[in-house]
Write a protein that binds this ligand. Structure first.
Ligand code: NCD
Length: 330
């Protein structure tokens, strides 16, 4: 089924045909209408989140476990708030306090989490593929909150929702993703998401931080940031993921900023109304200057955080519809 066959982007297949997946492990392989369905569903939660009383009872009585084996501030908080706003009992498991430190295998941890009868498990892990491994061992839906440098699907969805709200249709937009693409799960998930939705994606960074496999993706590759910026509708900056680097990938942060830092002068090379995005945490003065990050005429960085909660609420809702016996989701 193509997007055209489903009619307008707002007409989706009904029931579980709209999103026929047990887990959300990545964006790769999702159909355009499945992504658009998740974004459409998120919009009701954007509205709820603006109210003074933010409670919905959709996940009443359900248990959501956030199992984070890697540090996180905004993603963990965002999933926790999302689950709580939907009425679920949310439990956070931090790796530093878990039996992983005592040598338990990932599969034993998965079996333990499963025995506690979670209704959804959200996992962040430092190894690519670890989330899939756990998903194969548990009975409930698993949401990937970032696995190594592989995927971070809810980040790409919240980015897409932010772009949609600011720019309308994503199809046809030119989006430049710049920085440490090699180690970035955010870049990978965004490339899948944005190209699936019909955006022209430019990927830019020093040759040492661009993976060789990039030419298999439907993207234009740049090593000169000024050239990549010309005519861009959206500029998405990435942090240098020092924690995933073995050895030195750049001469120095200063040199990096000189060549790849988003300054006000550089931003002027993009379209006049270009949107600036960053998944956070930002290294101000390295990949992005403060006056650009804080310029509300361009920067959507805080809106990204806001959209994150709504997108995660939608994902938790949709993935638990089957177990909640929602009509059409058997
Ligand atoms: C990103 C991540 O953890 O992959 N952050 C996030 O989820 N908001 C990007 C990063 O750490 O640089």
């Amino acid at each position: 089924m193509t997007l055209q066959q489903t009619g307008s982007p707002h007409q989706f297949p009904t029931g579980s045909d709209a999103f026929p997946h047990r887990h959300l492990l990545g964006i790769a392989g999702l159909q355009p209408w499945e992504i658009l369905f998740l974004l459409e569903e998120a919009k009701q939660w954007v509205d709820l989140n603006k109210k003074s009383s933010k409670h919905a009872d959709r996940l009443d009585g359900l248990t959501v476990i956030n199992a984070f084996f890697e540090n996180s501030t905004r993603t963990l908080l965002s999933f926790e708030i999302a689950g709580k706003r939907m009425g679920a009992d949310v439990v956070n498991m931090h790796a530093a306090q878990s039996s992983i430190k005592k040598g338990e295998t990932l599969i034993d941890t998965a079996v333990t989490l499963n025995a506690m009868k979670a209704d959804a498990i959200v996992i962040r892990h430092g190894s690519s593929g670890a989330v899939q491994l756990i998903a194969d061992k548990v009975d409930c839906p698993v949401l990937n909150a970032g696995d190594g440098s592989h995927e971070h699907p809810t980040q790409a969805l919240l980015d897409a929702l932010t772009i949609q709200r600011r720019k309308g249709d994503i199809s046809g937009l030119t989006v430049t993703i710049c920085g440490d693409v090699m180690h970035s799960r955010v870049a990978r998930s965004n490339i899948y998401c944005l190209t699936t939705l019909g955006a022209k994606v430019r990927v830019c960074g020093p040759p040492s931080l661009l993976p060789a496999a990039l030419d298999r993706f439907n993207v234009e590759i740049f090593t000169n940031f000024d050239e990549a910026l010309a005519g861009s509708d959206v500029v998405m900056m990435l942090r240098l993921q020092n924690e995933r680097m073995n050895g030195d990938f750049i001469p120095s942060p200063r040199e990096y900023h000189y060549l790849y830092g988003l300054t006000r002068e550089r931003l002027a090379l993009a379209k006049d109304d270009a949107l600036v995005m960053h998944p956070g945490p930002m290294n101000r003065g390295v990949e992005i200057d403060s006056d650009v990050a804080d310029d509300l005429n361009h920067s959507a960085i805080t809106e990204q955080v806001e959209m994150g909660v709504a997108v995660r609420m939608a994902c938790l809702d949709i993935l638990t519809r089957k177990s909640r016996g929602v009509e059409g989701w058997s």
